[in-house]
Structure formats: structure tokens, C-alpha cells
Ligand binder design. Sequence first.
Ligand code: HEC
Ligand code: HEC
Ligand code: HEC
Ligand code: HEC
Length: 126
Amino acid sequence: MQRIAIGMVVLLFAVLVVYAFGQQDMQVVENYYFPNPQRPSAVFEHDAHNEKAELWDCMICHHVYDEQGIKSDWESSEDQACADCHGLADQGPIPGLRRAFHENCKGCHLTMQQGPITCAECHVKP
Ligand code: HEC
Ligand code: HEC
Ligand code: HEC
Ligand code: HEC
């Protein structure tokens, strides 16, 4: 009985270690939602970026809007890709995917006067 218990603890620990180290922090915003990408994927070290920029509120980027176009102040869409809601083309008030990224990323950098705003600073050749 005790052996089984120890075995289970060891197994659980192994699973946790594999999980923790297997999860790589995101380094770029993948461009695979674009049929013919023209630029290398934009650099974006998700966790490090958000720590440096002190963005603790996930909803700043992972937003949810209701039918009236009002942004929820409690619901986050972190479990969804931007492309799940943003098509390639603009759709009414919903900006197309490329514009959505540029408005989000560049928009904040311009407002805060921090972070890259030129093409090559974000679309860095690997
Ligand atoms: C603040 C960072 C940032 C800047 C500055 C920026 N982009 Fe982007 N861009 C992105 C992100 C993020 C995406 C979404 C997918 C990706 O990583 O390519 C994107 C997507 C694109 C796409 C669609 C995907 C593709 O490769 O075809 C194009 C084209 C593009 N950008 C061109 C430009 C050009 C031209 C400039 C300069 C005028 C520019 N970008 C500046 C972050 C940036
Ligand atoms: C500055 C904008 C920004 C902030 C703030 C942000 N994220 Fe993200 N996150 C992104 C972008 C961009 C992606 C890539 C989305 C895509 O490919 O469609 C992403 C992807 C993700 C993913 C899935 C991809 C993966 O492999 O990791 C998760 C999970 C996630 N974010 C969680 C969070 C959580 C939790 C927070 C708050 C603690 C947060 N994000 C804050 C921009 C942000
Ligand atoms: C659950 C669906 C959904 C997801 C996921 C989503 N969006 Fe949106 N987004 C919307 C809707 C709907 C609007 C239009 C809101 C309105 O009616 O004005 C919008 C508007 C925007 C706008 C313009 C208004 C604003 O808030 O600045 C930008 C920029 C934007 N999204 C970027 C992004 C990015 C970047 C991601 C991924 C990190 C993302 N969105 C994920 C639904 C979504
Ligand atoms: C709400 C504001 C905000 C949003 C949204 C945002 N950034 Fe930033 N970003 C910053 C700030 C602030 C810095 C400067 C941080 C520092 O160096 O202290 C920064 C810095 C950066 C840098 C420089 C290196 C680094 O990681 O610090 C890159 C690259 C970058 N951002 C890419 C992106 C991309 C790509 C997106 C969109 C997916 C994005 N950012 C969205 C605020 C933002």
C-alpha cells in the first residue's frame, strides 16, 4: 500500500516536471493564419513582454465584446486565437486580422511611446 502511494507521488511529480518544462514560452506571434505570409512572424515573448510592460490584465489583448460592442471587464478570451474572431478582411466593427494585430501591438507602443513601431523591429528575420 505504501509502495503504491510512493509510486503515485513519484509519477505525479514526473508528470508535473514534464508539463512545466515542456511548456515553452511563446517567442513569436505565429503568422500561419495568413494564407501567404509576406513577413517573418513578429517577435513576441509573451510572458517576458507582458512582465516588462507590466500588463497584468489579460483582457487588454484577449478581449470579449458583447453584441452591443461593449467590452467585458471580467471575461477573457485567452483560450482563443485572435483569428477565431478576426477574419482576414474587416467585418463591420471587427478589424481584419492584420489590422487587429497592428492596432493592438503598434497602437499601444505609439500610445505608451515604448516598444517597437517599425516593420523590421517586429518582423525580425530569424
Ligand atoms: C509592433 C509590432 C509590429 C509592427 C511594428 C509591424 N507589425 Fe506587421 N504584424 C505584427 C503581428 C503581431 C502580426 C500577426 C502575425 C505575424 O506575426 O506576422 C503582423 C502581421 C503582418 C502582416 C500579415 C502577415 C504576413 O506576413 O503577410 C503583414 C503583411 C505585416 N504585418 C506587415 C507589416 C509592415 C509592412 C509593417 C511596417 C509598416 C509592420 N507589419 C509593422 C506585428 C507588427
Ligand atoms: C500584449 C497582449 C497580450 C497580453 C496582455 C496577454 N496576451 Fe496572451 N497572447 C497574446 C497573443 C498575441 C497571443 C497569440 C494569439 C494568436 O496566435 O492568435 C497570445 C496567446 C496566448 C495563449 C495561447 C498560446 C500559447 O501557446 O501560450 C494563452 C494561453 C495566453 N495568451 C494567455 C494569456 C494570459 C493568461 C494572459 C494574462 C496573464 C495573457 N495571455 C496576456 C497577447 C497577449
Ligand atoms: C472572442 C472573439 C475575439 C477574440 C478572441 C479577439 N477579438 Fe479583437 N475584437 C472582437 C470584436 C467583436 C471586436 C469589435 C468590437 C466592436 O464592436 O467595436 C474586436 C475588436 C478588436 C480591435 C479594435 C478595437 C480595440 O479593442 O482596439 C482590435 C485592435 C482587436 N480586436 C485585436 C485583437 C487581438 C490582437 C486579438 C488576439 C490577442 C483579439 N482581438 C482577439 C472579438 C475578438
Ligand atoms: C498595452 C500595451 C502593449 C501592447 C498591447 C503590446 N505591447 Fe509590446 N511593448 C509594450 C511596452 C510598454 C514595451 C516596452 C517594455 C520595456 O522594454 O520596458 C513593449 C515592448 C515590446 C517589444 C520589445 C521587446 C520586449 O519584449 O520588451 C516587442 C518586440 C513588442 N513589444 C512586441 C509586441 C507585439 C508583437 C505586440 C502585439 C501582439 C505587442 N507588443 C503588444 C506595450 C505593449
